[in-house]
Design a protein around this ligand. Structure first.
Ligand code: KG4
Ligand code: ZN
Length: 347
């Protein structure tokens, strides 16, 4: 695990991690969706600054993220989060080994703001630029404040993805399976909307689910390949259930029980498949990653497991943040490290 980068002006070689044992300090920006975040991380694991400017209040009005609005807000907050981060860490641009940013997948308008800011810093301080894959960064959130080393099985659950990965080494991973329709975070957000739960759907839905009876309603489980997922049938089943309950109870239908039953259904599927993958490949470490890894029931199910060593990022490193991007820039050669590299929306 080591790779080389060049500085923009004099092509000086920088090795990450530093060969002489000097600290590697990476400053990173994350702006793939509705969060503008900046962080400074030492040696991939120690967070020196972590700043997040959330746009929840702005998007709440629209019931979801409006890409054009997100990009404009990012422009307003990017300079502020960078300044705040340098203050928190008590560091200057010269102290940074390399500048990184998420370059995809995500909302292109939002990504451009973060990537261009990181490239500008890289040029201003003559330090290398590192482009980072957002999904890989979510997994790397597990390196923060831990001694985690591959191999491990990762359950990546976010607003855009649901995957089980076999991570053999820092730079080597295989996708064992994924969703064939909606991502789990997306399903949470859609079901939350059906139940008139305020944006952001997932976390608010989770709070209601914790108050309900998870055994009250049963939903079938989709028949898909061993490590694949399909949640769109469950989403439709919830829609029909809500329509039926509304006829019976009106708007005072037992929302908490619906939420708890849905949560039980989807989290047990995610849990069982991940455990099966760890058993099949005889890997005793499992890591959770992505925004939905903040879910209370998912965390409970996994942390109650004694058979495997379980890792999950602290809540603030589950949802989008820049510390995970800096960590990913340190541990993985994302191979997107030229100033010419462009942002991308999908894999
Ligand atoms: O990883 P993330 O911050 O952004 C993406 O890369 O997509 O994930 C956001 C997703 C949203 O769909 C949000 O509703 C969901 O994570 N989420 C949750 C919880 N916290 C965030 N879903 C269920 N329970 C939660 N506690
Ligand atoms: Zn994310």
């Amino acid at each position: 695990m080591s790779y080389e980068l060049k500085t923009p002006f004099d092509n000086k070689i920088i090795t990450i991690p530093d060969k002489t044992g000097k600290d590697t300090i990476i400053a990173a920006i994350e702006s793939s969706c509705d969060e503008m975040a900046f962080a400074i991380v030492k040696n991939g694991r120690e967070v020196l600054a972590n700043v997040v400017a959330s746009q929840i209040d702005t998007h709440k009005k629209y019931g979801g993220v409006v890409p054009e609005v997100a990009a404009r807000e990012h422009l307003n907050s990017v300079a502020m989060v960078i300044e705040e981060g340098f203050n928190q860490a008590n560091l200057k641009g010269e102290d940074i080994t390399a500048f990184a940013s998420t370059i995809g997948p995500g909302l292109v308008g939002s990504l451009i703001v973060g990537a261009n800011a990181a490239k500008a810093l890289s040029i201003a301080y003559n330090k290398p630029f590192i482009g980072v894959n957002h999904l890989k960064a979510h997994v790397c959130a597990n390196y923060i404040d831990t001694d985690l080393k591959p191999p491990f099985i990762a359950l990546l659950v976010s607003g855009g993805h649901t995957q089980i990965l076999k991570v053999d080494d820092y730079d080597s991973q295989t996708i064992l399976g994924g969703t064939i329709d909606d991502a789990i975070g997306e399903v949470y957000d859609k079901v939350a909307r059906l139940m008139d739960i305020e944006y952001p759907g997932g976390p608010n839905f989770d709070k209601m689910a914790q108050l309900g009876n998870k055994n009250r309603f049963q939903f079938t489980k989709a028949k898909v390949d061993e490590f694949d997922f399909s949640f769109s049938g469950t989403k439709t089943a919830v829609l029909y259930l809500i329509q039926k309950l509304k006829k019976e109870y009106g708007d005072d239908y037992p929302k908490n029980d619906v939420a708890a039953s849905f949560q039980e259904n989807v989290t047990s599927i995610l849990y069982n498949k991940t455990i099966n993958a760890a058993k099949k490949y005889k890997i005793n470490q499992i890591v959770l990653a992505g925004g939905v890894a903040a879910n209370s029931e998912i965390r409970k199910k996994f942390f109650d497991t004694k058979e495997f060593q379980i890792y999950a990022p602290k809540m603030k490193y589950c949802t989008d943040n820049a510390s995970m991007v800096a960590s990913c820039a340190y541990f993985l050669n994302n191979d997107m490290n030229s100033l010419d590299v462009e942002v991308f929306s999908r894999l």
